[in-house]
Design a protein around this ligand. Structure first.
Ligand code: SF4
Length: 243
C-alpha cells in the first residue's frame, strides 16, 4: 500500500511546479526527432550523460533510422558507433533487442501505452514515462535518481521507492503537470540540487524546502514574558540539512 504524502506536501508540490515552470522547459536533453529515437537514446543514456548520447545518436540514426533497420544491424558496427557512451557491448545488445521486440510486437512502431512499453526489454516504468511524456505528450511522471533525491529533500514524499514516489506525486499534482514536473526536477537536480552539496543559496525553492541549507528554521512563537527566561536560553535557529 502506498503511504500518504507528508503533511504540507500538496502546497510544496504546487510551489515547486510553479517556480520550476518559470526556469526550465518541459523537455528532455536527449536529442530526438521521434519516439523511436527517444526510446533508443534513453536506453543509451544509462550511466552516462545526455551530452555523450547526443554526440553519437545522429550517426546511429542516420545509419539505422527505423526499428527494422536497427533490429537487423551488425552488432560490431553498432558497438563502434556507440562506444563513447560506455558499456557499449551491453547497450548494443539492449538497443538491438528492443528494436527486434518493437518489430515483433508492434510492427516497428513505439507504442504509446505504459503496459505495452514495459514489454520491451530495457524499458522500465521510468523510461516508459519519459517516452510517454516527451515522445507522445501523454502525462507521465518519470522517477530517476534526481527525482528520488529532490522529492525527498522537498518533502513531497518520504520514501526512496520509485513506484511509491510516482503514485504519491501523481496524487498531489494535476495530471497535466506530471511530465513537466518530472523533467524539470531532473534538470534542477543536475544544475542546482546536486547530490553532494545542493546549491541552496541559488535555489528558487529555498524559502519552503525543508532541506534548505540557507533558510533558517521557522522561529517558534515566543513564550510568555514571565516564563521566557533570558534571551540566551531560547532556542537558536539552525539550518536544516538535506535528507
Ligand atoms: S533548497 Fe537546497 S535542498 Fe531544497 S531543493 Fe533547493 S537546492 Fe535542493
Amino acid at each position: 500500500m502506498v503511504p500518504p504524502p507528508p503533511r504540507g506536501a500538496r502546497t510544496r508540490a504546487r510551489l515547486t511546479v510553479e517556480r520550476l515552470r518559470d526556469l526550465y522547459p518541459a523537455a528532455t536533453e536527449l536529442s530526438h526527432e521521434n519516439p523511436f529515437q527517444l526510446l533508443i537514446a534513453t536506453i543509451l543514456s544509462a550511466q552516462t550523460t545526455d551530452r555523450s548520447v547526443n554526440l553519437v545518436s545522429p550517426e546511429l540514426f542516420r545509419r539505422y533510422p527505423t526499428a527494422e533497420d536497427l533490429a537487423a544491424a551488425d552488432p560490431a558496427v553498432v558497438e563502434t558507433l556507440i562506444k563513447p557512451t560506455g558499456f557499449f557491448r551491453a547497450k548494443t545488445k539492449r538497443i538491438i533487442a528492443a528494436s527486434r521486440k518493437l518489430v515483433e510486437l508492434f510492427g516497428g512502431e513505439v507504442p504509446n501505452k505504459m503496459e505495452d512499453l514495459v514489454k520491451i526489454p530495457g524499458i522500465g516504468r521510468k523510461t516508459a514515462n519519459v517516452i510517454l511524456g516527451a515522445g507522445f505528450g501523454v502525462p507521465g511522471f518519470a522517477v530517476d535518481t534526481h527525482v528520488i533525491r529532490l522529492t525527498n529533500r522537498l518533502g513531497l514524499v518520504a520514501t526512496k521507492d520509485p513506484v511509491k514516489i510516482e503514485y504519491q506525486v501523481c496524487s498531489t499534482v494535476p495530471k497535466e503537470e506530471w511530465t513537466g514536473l518530472s523533467l524539470r526536477l531532473i534538470l534542477h537536480g543536475r544544475r542546482v540540487c546536486v547530490a553532494r552539496r545542493p546549491r541552496c543559496e541559488e535555489c528558487v525553492l529555498n524559502d519552503f524546502c525543508p532541506s534548505s541549507l540557507v533558510r533558517p528554521k521557522r522561529r517558534r512563537p515566543a513564550p510568555a514574558a514571565s516564563i521566557a527566561g533570558p534571551p540566551s536560553s531560547r532556542p537558536v535557529p539552525t539550518p536544516n540539512r538535506p535528507a
